[in-house]
Ligand binder design. Structure first.
Ligand SMILES: [Cu+2]
Length: 472
């Protein structure tokens, strides 16, 4: 059964000028679309950031003010950047009135810096500052968000993107590098964030918003693209629950990477649509298609058909137009480097080492979500040795989707319901549809205690979380 989504409030799309992007901090290539944060430490190989988590009124819908929870008065928060192998320090001060953390989604860093609350790891209390320190071992597109009451805190605006730049010789040669943080939010008619339900469909399927946001704005951003030029687009889905269905019109799009960074050339493929589960990232190489001067990236959503049913509709996400004036492309080559990616040496035919079962039950009207029969903070013991590769079947006993997310490690997707699938690359998030079994191979290279959970935030908060210990 297809899921019914709340109808979208559609603001009138008015022509808005593309916004100038502030100067990139020294030492990093320019990534357009978000405000980059200033690196406070001029030393090469060291990056130091300061962030305040605080409330601020922002304009998501034109002419309406929304009280948001922000990083540095921004939602999405500022763009954090590092070069691969840099030492990163982020001083985070909690100016909210409840405990919080920052989780660095996708970064394979030390477990004690992962921003979760369990065992000896505690939240940042109101008024307190915590310094996260880590060294991103791999380049790619990542994101950050709290891991405490995440359904409420992320919906309120606490999320941002983190780019770890490749070594210069591995970077695609492009005319522009852009970040698009994609989200939905549910707003009341006065512009405030709607109250959170504690039961019913919002818990059952996760909370869907009624306004779609690209980089924090409901107004589709405009990209000025010279015909013949090539751009790198990085996409992140930061919604609480909505699996994004994207379509491209008038554009020639090649998928060049995913959660764990850029792919080798052999895996690159041309696409005209893309499914992006919550938490996941995509890397694209985008050109205007032959003979086209305009293009679009659209959200495909379900809306009412006016007769009691639903139908697909396309909502503009990004508009591509030719710029004014006489501009010529620089003739960039695009993604030509061939990074190596160490994919676990396992196939669909290998023995399954572990089963992770998503399920749930009704407890006197409250939905309790479980993994392997237990609901967080209770969990089933799961211990692996460092560098062990496990073939894992993720089974879904229920009718709704569960995007599986593993902290601190990466995996490859082997197949679905017994059939091999083409989801190249290494990932930290994979969508498991209703009553489906997804088989993955994970290489547990990063020691420590790691959370594993459904990334529909309402499901995670209702217990669909567990822990895996990687023994050194
Ligand atoms: Cu779920």
């Amino acid at each position: 059964m297809r899921r019914f989504l709340p109808l979208l409030l559609l603001p009138l799309l008015t022509a808005c000028p593309s916004e100038p992007t502030p100067e990139a901090p020294a030492g990093f290539p320019t990534v357009e679309g978000l405000v980059p944060l200033e690196d406070l430490d001029p030393t090469d190989g060291v990056v130091e950031y300061e962030m305040q988590m605080e409330k601020e009124d922002l304009e998501l819908l034109e002419g309406q003010s929304t009280r948001m929870w922000t990083f540095n008065k921004l939602s999405p928060g500022p763009l954090l950047q590092a070069n691969v192998g840099d030492r990163v320090k982020v001083h985070v001060t909690n100016q909210l009135d409840e405990p919080t953390t920052v989780h660095w989604h996708g970064l394979r860093i030390a477990a004690e810096m992962d921003g979760v609350v369990m065992g000896s790891l505690v939240a940042i209390q109101p008024g307190e500052t915590f310094t996260y320190e880590f060294t991103p071992p791999e380049a790619g597109t990542f994101w950050y968000h709290p891991h405490v009451r995440s359904n409420v805190q992320v919906e309120a605006g606490l999320y941002g993107a983190f780019v770890v730049h490749e070594a210069p010789e591995m970077r695609p040669e492009v005319d522009a590098d852009r970040m698009f943080v994609l989200d939905d939010v549910r707003l009341d008619s006065d512009g405030s964030i709607a109250d959170h339900a504690t039961a019913g469909m919002d818990i059952m399927h996760g909370r869907a918003g009624n306004v779609l946001l690209v980089n924090g704005s409901s107004d589709a951003p405009r990209v000025d693209m010279v015909p013949g030029s090539v751009e790198r687009w990085r996409l992140v889905n930061t919604a609480n629950a909505r699996t994004l269905q994207l379509e491209f019109r008038g554009l020639e799009v090649r998928e060049i990477g995913a959660d764990a960074g850029l792919w080798p050339q052999a895996w690159v493929r041309t696409i005209d649509e893309l499914e992006l589960p919550v938490g996941a990232r995509a890397e694209l190489e985008v050109r205007l298609a032959d003979g086209e001067t305009q293009g679009e990236m659209n959200f495909v959503v379900l809306v009412s058909d006016g007769n009691g049913g639903v139908t697909d509709d396309a909502i503009q996400g990004v508009r591509v137009r030719p710029p004014g004036g006489e501009l010529t492309p620089i003739g960039a080559a695009g993604h030509t480097a061939d990074p190596t990616m160490r994919v676990p040496d396992r196939t669909m035919d290998d023995t399954v080492n572990q089963v992770v079962e998503f399920s749930g039950y009704n407890d006197n009207g409250d939905i309790v979500f479980t993994m392997n029969g237990r609901s967080w903070p209770d969990y089933d013991d799961w211990t692996v040795d460092r560098d062990e590769i496990q073939v894992i079947d993720i089974t879904n006993d229920l009718g709704m989707e569960h995007p599986f997310h593993l902290h601190g490690q990466w995996f490859s997707v082997l197949g679905i319901d017994g059939d091999p699938v083409e989801q190249p690359g290494l990932r930290d998030t994979v969508l498991v549809r209703g009553f489906e079994t997804v088989r993955i191979a994970a290489s547990f290279e990063n020691p420590g205690d790691w959370m594993v959970h459904c990334h529909i935030l309402e499901h995670a908060e209702a217990g669909m979380m567990a822990m895996v210990t990687v023994r050194d």
